[in-house]
Design a protein around this ligand. Structure first.
Ligand SMILES: Nc1ncnc2c1ncn2[C@@H]1O[C@H](COP(=O)(O)OP(=O)(O)O)[C@@H](O)[C@H]1O
Ligand SMILES: [Mg+2]
Length: 391
């Protein structure tokens, strides 16, 4: 796996269980995956020689992120390396303009969008579709970095620095969605594919904060259409491994959803599968890129909640464990071993519920565990009884 972030780290238990040797090309010796993966050489994924050296002896090369230059991926293929997903698929996760054009070509539902090369073009787009609009850097963005809401021609005039750094940019109509959804699938090179249930994802400031699996109260035909769209994207774009299709739910218009973006790797909106599905997205990604039969994707409980925790007040996460783990014995804590920095994704909590009617309670309890680890104390809005309940 190229890249040593938390996705590579969480791949390790799945590889161990199946008896595969996982190797990680790490950005430095203190990234998340290094302490979990014995073979983690440090090297620059932007350097072709480093990639070629790393590829020696691999059955398959896959990725923790989408930033390896496409030309390097082609060179690796020419050198005989089994790269999954391949560059022609991966470009749709690397470049949002390429992705938008492909979604149009597949006649799947896109927001109104345009490729804009300067401020004047952005203003023209806003005047035509109506303000506000969303301006995105097509490449290199993540967790809302590279996404900017532009409310007026005056604000558009202040985007010159973005056009200087990258041009063209992607302009989109700002979608009035009711929820954000994610349709997660996996596909093998031979074309076997499986989907997990469509989930509801809650984003805060452009960062995934919480996932509720499955998305509750979604019309069955909308969920089925979203799943079909993800499977179709996987097959038409020849995606291998896990594909996440981020969606905006738009009830009563068209298909009931619009495509937001694609990711071709395990995804934050799939972390619930670690403790809530027969096959986790990490195991499935390994099976898929190795062209092995895929695992069942059934949920293990009527509702599963995943709650992220970002870096906050508490620098010493383990000091909060006695309180956090006592507050909710059923919670599964996944900690990424990263240093704490404000707003940085450092872990998540999975918690299953026995009935969809309990969803609000499951969400609250998962949030308490995550909040205690983040802040080192019980969230102020929680009654002290939270600990006594479970003592
Ligand atoms: N066209 C849009 N309309 C409304 N909200 C949007 C739009 N595009 C993005 N967003 C919001 O910004 C978030 C991040 O945008 P996204 O394109 O997914 O970037 P990233 O690559 O950082 O995940 C989305 O999850 C959504 O909350
Ligand atoms: Mg996104």
């Amino acid at each position: 796996m190229v890249g040593g972030g938390q996705l590579a780290r969480m791949m390790a238990p799945a590889a161990t269980a199946l008896g595969f040797e996982l190797r990680v090309l790490a950005e430095s010796d203190d990234v998340s995956a290094v302490s979990a993966v014995p073979s983690s050489p440090v090297g620059d994924y932007k350097d072709l020689e480093t990639l070629l050296e790393f590829s020696k002896g691999l059955d398959v090369m896959t990725f923790d992120h989408e930033h390896v230059p496409p030309a390097h991926l082609r060179a690796l293929q020419e050198a005989g390396v089994n790269v999954q997903p391949g560059p022609d698929a991966l470009v749709h996760a690397q470049d949002k303009l390429v992705m938008r054009a492909a979604i149009d070509r597949l006649e799947l539902p896109n927001p109104v969008w345009a490729s804009v090369s300067d401020v004047a073009a952005l203003v023209a787009f806003g005047e035509e579709t109506g303000w506000p609009v969303v301006l995105k850097t097509p490449r290199g963005g993540y967790d809302g970095k590279g996404v900017r809401i532009i409310s007026s021609p005056a604000e558009a005039a202040e985007t010159g620095d973005w056009f200087e750094a990258m041009s063209p940019l992607l302009a989109e109509a700002k979608v009035e969605f009711t929820r954000e959804l994610s349709a997660l699938v996996a596909r093998t090179p031979d074309g076997e594919a499986r989907a997990w249930p469509v989930v509801h994802t809650v984003q805060v400031d452009g960062v995934c904060d919480e996932v509720i699996a499955p998305a509750l109260d979604i019309p069955v035909e909308v969920a089925a259409a979203a799943e079909d769209a993800a499977l179709r994207i996987a097959s038409e774009l020849d995606v291998t491994g896990v594909l996440a299709v981020e969606l905006f739910e738009t009830p009563g218009t068209g298909a009931g959803f619009l495509v937001n973006e694609l990711a071709m790797r395990p995804h934050n909106t799939g972390h619930w599968t670690q403790d809530g599905s027969v096959t986790s997205q990490f195991e499935q990604h390994l099976r898929a890129v190795l062209n092995l039969p895929l695992g069942a994707t059934d949920a293990l409980a009527p509702v599963v909640v995943m709650k992220n925790f970002l870096g906050g007040d508490n620098q010493d996460l383990f000091s909060a464990y006695p309180l956090a783990l006592a507050s909710e014995p059923a919670a599964k804590v996944h900690c990424y071993g990263k240093s704490v920095r404000p707003g940085r994704k450092i872990g998540h909590v999975n918690l299953t519920g026995t009935s969809t009617a309990d969803v609000d309670d499951v969400r609250r309890r998962a949030a308490v565990v995550a909040g205690i680890i983040r802040d080192g104390r019980v969230p102020a809005e929680e009654p002290a009884a939270i600990l006594e309940e479970n003592a």
